[in-house]
Design a protein around this ligand. Structure first.
Ligand code: KIV
Ligand code: NA
Length: 270
């Protein structure tokens, strides 16, 4: 099976209609990518790896090196999904030229097909600059975690009329600038629906609406790696208990000297 392409993802939505919703999950490692890839259309190497993998307090400290290394691992572990990599905070906001340099570096070093960046109207010029020069861009609006220091937290967006209008305007600006898809995160449902109707390219919802053209979640959240998850996460699994119970069993067997057993041992004559 050949790898899906950005134009194929973009074409899922034609004349405002998406027959088959786009399935996206985050992945940060090769093995995780291998397991998730057959079920997805896109894998996102999200800067959420700052918290999930590195234990950082937010996505703000995430570096280009982290994104590049994890994106390369995810590309190596997948063969079907389009791999999209987040531009980390500080790597793209200053100018379209800086953004191009950072995005090109990520694609060249990792083999990923596209980048994602946060922001609406303020980033439209950059989205056009990149997409006209060979770098497909996915937008990200609504709750934008890299702006946590401006927003003051991770509360849902779009509750006031002014905020709602701003989010729709942001979506339109990204769409017109040539974004191939737009993530819409943490907004009240009517805004997610309004945005999905207002723009030509697909919307990928997270804490948004089932009427978006696709959905994305942090894989560890939906696998049940964490006890506490945001309201918009549905836990489809309970990986945390599996890991914890499995490690407890290993520890018990080491302490009682029942591991390694006969099956795991090399004998003088096999
Ligand atoms: O970093 C990330 O995982 C993301 C998704 C949650 C959209 O940006
Ligand atoms: Na992100």
């Amino acid at each position: 099976m050949r790898r899906l392409t950005v134009p194929k993802i973009r074409a899922r939505k034609t004349d405002g209609v998406t027959q088959e919703p786009i399935v996206m999950l985050t992945a940060y490692t090769a093995r995780q990518a291998q397991l998730l890839d057959p079920h997805c259309d896109m894998l996102l190497v999200g800067d959420s790896l700052g918290q999930v993998i590195y234990g950082l307090p937010s996505t703000v400290p995430v570096t280009m090196e982290m994104m590049s290394n994890h994106a390369a691992a995810v590309v190596r572990g997948s063969y079907h999904s389009v791999v999209v990599v987040d531009l980390p905070f500080g790597a793209y906001e200053m100018s379209p030229q800086h953004a191009f340099e950072a995005a090109a570096r990520l694609l060249k070093e990792s083999g990923a097909a596209a980048v994602k960046l946060e922001g609406g109207e303020a980033m439209a010029e950059t989205v056009a600059f990149l997409s006209q020069r060979g770098i497909p861009v996915m937008g990200h609006i609504g709750l934008t975690p890299q702006a946590v220091n401006v927003l003051g937290g991770y509360a849902a967006r779009g509750r006031s009329d002014a905020e709602a209008k701003k989010i729709v305007d942001d979506a339109r600006a990204l769409d017109e600038a040539g974004a191939f898809a737009v993530v819409i995160e943490g907004v009240i449902e009517p805004i997610a629906i309004a945005v999905t109707k207002a723009i030509a390219c697909p919307t990928i919802g997270i804490g948004a609406s089932a009427q978006c053209d696709g959905q994305v979640l942090v894989a560890e959240d939906m696998l049940g790696m964490f006890e506490r998850v945001p309201r918009f996460v549905k836990k489809y699994g309970d990986i945390a208990s599996t890991i914890s119970d499995t490690a407890a069993q290993y520890a018990k067997e080491v302490r009682e000297r029942s591991f390694p057993g006969p099956d795991q041992l090399y004998q003088p004559k096999d």
